[in-house]
Design a protein around this ligand. Structure first.
Ligand code: NAG
Length: 191
C-alpha cells in the first residue's frame, strides 16, 4: 500500500517533469504560416521536394516568417540565402586558415569559398532584379546560384569524397531556398 503510493507519486513526478520539460519546446516552435505552406506546396508540385521539410526549414528564418505576400516572400527567401551563404563562407575561410590541411580538404574548401562567392553575386543580382520587377532575369540568376554556383562546392565534396557537416547543411539549405525562391519569383505577375 505504502509502496504503491510511493510509486504513484514517483510516476506523477516523472510525468510532470517530462511534460514541463517539453513545454518550452512547444512554445518556441512556430507553426508554418499559410504563406510558407503555400510556397512550399507550390514548389513541391514542380520539383521533388518534401513540403514538410521545406516548411520546417523556412519557419526557422524570421524574415521568411514575417513575409506577407509573394513579393516580400521572394525578397526574404533571397536574403535568407545570401545570409546563410555568407555565414557558411566565413566558416570555410576560417577553416582555410588552418595549418596542415589535407590537400583534398583544402581543395574542397577553396572550391566552396569560390562557389559561395559566386552564389552571393547571383543572389545579390536577383535581389535587385526582384525589387525592379525584372522577374525573368531574377529567376535566371536564382537558378544559376543554387545550381551552377553551389555545384562548384558540391562537386568538389563528392569528387574528393570529403564530409563536412556545416558545408553540407549550408548547401542543402541553399538548394532548398533556391528552389522555393525560383518558384516563388516565377509566380510573380510580370508587367
Ligand atoms: C544554414 O542553414 C541551415 C538550415 O537552417 C543550418 O543548418 C546551417 O547551420 C546554416 N549555416 C550557417 C552557417 O548559419
Amino acid at each position: 500500500m505504502a509502496d504503491g503510493a510511493v510509486s504513484i507519486a514517483m510516476i506523477t513526478f516523472l510525468l510532470s517533469t517530462l511534460l514541463l520539460s517539453s513545454i518550452p519546446e512547444v512554445a518556441i516552435c512556430t507553426s508554418p504560416s499559410p504563406l510558407i505552406k503555400d510556397v512550399c506546396g507550390s514548389t513541391a508540385k514542380e520539383v521533388k521536394l518534401d513540403p514538410k521539410i521545406c516548411a520546417e526549414t523556412l519557419v526557422s528564418e524570421p524574415r521568411v516568417v514575417a513575409a506577407s505576400n509573394l513579393v516580400s516572400m521572394s525578397i526574404a527567401l533571397i536574403e535568407a540565402g545570401i545570409s546563410n551563404a555568407t555565414k557558411t563562407r566565413s566558416y570555410v575561410q576560417k577553416m582555410l586558415k588552418r595549418r596542415g590541411l589535407k590537400p583534398d580538404y583544402k581543395y574542397v574548401l577553396q572550391q566552396c569559398d569560390s562557389g559561395y562567392e559566386h552564389f552571393g553575386w547571383s543572389f545579390a543580382s536577383a535581389l535587385g532584379e526582384v525589387k525592379e520587377g525584372e522577374y525573368d532575369t531574377a529567376t535566371y540568376d536564382i537558378k544559376v546560384g543554387y545550381t551552377d554556383n553551389i555545384d562548384e562546392c558540391r562537386n568538389a565534396l563528392s569528387s574528393k569524397n570529403v564530409k563536412d557537416g556545416a558545408i553540407s547543411r549550408g548547401n542543402a539549405f541553399l538548394f532548398l531556398i533556391g528552389e522555393v525562391g525560383f518558384n516563388t519569383v516565377d509566380r510573380l505577375p510580370s508587367h
